[in-house]
Write a protein that binds this ligand. Sequence first.
Ligand SMILES: NC(=O)C1=CN([C@@H]2O[C@H](COP(=O)(O)OP(=O)(O)OC[C@H]3O[C@@H](n4cnc5c(N)ncnc54)[C@H](O)[C@@H]3O)[C@@H](O)[C@H]2O)[C@@H](O)CC1
Ligand SMILES: Nc1ncnc2c1ncn2[C@@H]1O[C@H](COP(=O)(O)OP(=O)(O)O)[C@@H](O)[C@H]1O
Ligand SMILES: [K+]
Length: 484
Amino acid sequence: MKTAYTADQIRHAERTLMARLPEGTLMQRAAHGLAAACADLLGRVYGRRVVLLVGSGDNGGDALYAGERLARRGARVEAVLAGSKTHEAGLRAFLDAGGRVAEQAAVGEADLIVDGLVGIGVSGALREPYARLAEEANTAHGTVVAVDVPSGVDASTGQVAGAAVRARVTVTMGAYKTGLLVDPGAAHTGTVELVDIGLGPFLPDPDVAALTRADVEDLLPRPGNESDKYRRGVLGVAAGSDLYTGAAVLAVGGALRAGAGLVRYAGTHEPVQQVRAHWPEAVITPLDRPSIEHVGRVQAWLLGPGLGTGDWAHELAARVLASDVPVLIDADGLTLVARDRSLLRRRAPVLITPHAGELSRLIGVSRDDIEAARLEHVRRAAAELGVTVLLKGSTTVVAEEARPVRVNGTGTSWLATGGTGDVLSGVAGALLAQGLGCYDAASVGAYLHGLAGRLAARGAPLTSAGVATAVPEAIRSVHGEPRP
Ligand SMILES: NC(=O)C1=CN([C@@H]2O[C@H](COP(=O)(O)OP(=O)(O)OC[C@H]3O[C@@H](n4cnc5c(N)ncnc54)[C@H](O)[C@@H]3O)[C@@H](O)[C@H]2O)[C@@H](O)CC1
Ligand SMILES: Nc1ncnc2c1ncn2[C@@H]1O[C@H](COP(=O)(O)OP(=O)(O)O)[C@@H](O)[C@H]1O
Ligand SMILES: [K+]
């Protein structure tokens, strides 16, 4: 599990660790790691031009001590002192090693730009001259390395309030910060390199966590010798309508590709025809009234994609939610629930999978506010609604009360196309039916769906059906099985 922490959590752990070590030890460890990463990026250090953007706090101190090390190896290092004060000992060491203070920004000519403006001590939007320097770094041709956090990104939330550095590499100290894993911040980090400064034993429970390949491998159900189709997990799908048939086809496809033992589809005439034509594997119950009476036993339900939002759909949703198995609610199902919250009053678990627009209707917050502060709002929704919430978007986040938010970074922006959400609901629904809890089904589902998106896209447009097709390949790559 890749774990991440807020600025307060990091500061607290650092204080405890620092009290046990000679003064300055941590900053030297940080500078050592930072200088090594810079040297790697430069290839040859001697004679190369490095510009340090130095703010007034310890983030600037890290940059200065790393600059000292690079200067001793023959780099031409200049520092732009942006703050009203500068880390004194760091500046002295830097100057002693032959570093120079730049009179005016030499950012444009640098091979490497080290962003030491602000780290976890930032509050609010970057002030001048920091904001201007961040913009200059972003348009310069040199490689940008951020110290700890790209300046302008809130380390605790990933929020970006104004100008912010876009780094090729972020060298982060001691532990990942939440803001490095959550968009919009995550889009500014480039590759994140973690420098061990000995913080590990002092870290509290994480603020957020991201599943790794190995975690997903552990969590993914695999059929054993004693498995049969019923025991592997039967998913009921209540989706699609005479107007929207594709959503049903895609959701059933996602579920079959993600390893459901059986998919039972229930719907009206048109989607039944389509699902039957695409997926002879599905067991189908045509509905002439909104009831699940004749569908047969399932271990979980997927409710909502393309279902419509009229009385018929409401009645079917009420029947599904009155069952005693976990229910995943998506798309039109969420519109129905937003209108009638009483539908959510049930004992068995509920997983909802909204995008920001759908969540907006559920919690009465604007879509833009949700996009700008995804973590805050996904947590709030989980607490207010008492359900597990998977919020879709460029970073998909999963919240359940009293657990760290799970963050998924496997996706690709090629997934921003119609119907991919229907596939995700099928994948996560199949995992629910196979016995995973809502929290794991949602986060493993998002991981596989994101990976399948990458495999389907490979740098070019994908279709949602292509994403469903790629899910088995994603599972194969999680298990490390060689391709045939
Ligand atoms: N605390 C520790 O033990 C360690 C800290 N380290 C480094 O120290 C950093 C934290 O240092 P600090 O606590 O001094 O904080 P920072 O250096 O991140 O920032 C604090 C300074 O930035 C200014 N500032 C805050 N918001 C601003 C804004 N919006 N625009 C312009 N200026 C702004 C403040 O006035 C203050 O002077 C970490 O990110 C890391 O790089 C590392 O050396 C490892 C050890
Ligand atoms: N910019 C993006 N980067 C990565 N993934 C994205 C981006 N935009 C959307 N996605 C993903 O694409 C899927 C879209 O789902 P959704 O909005 O429900 O679309 P639809 O209703 O058309 O199926 C979600 O899994 C979401 O996380
Ligand atoms: K920084």
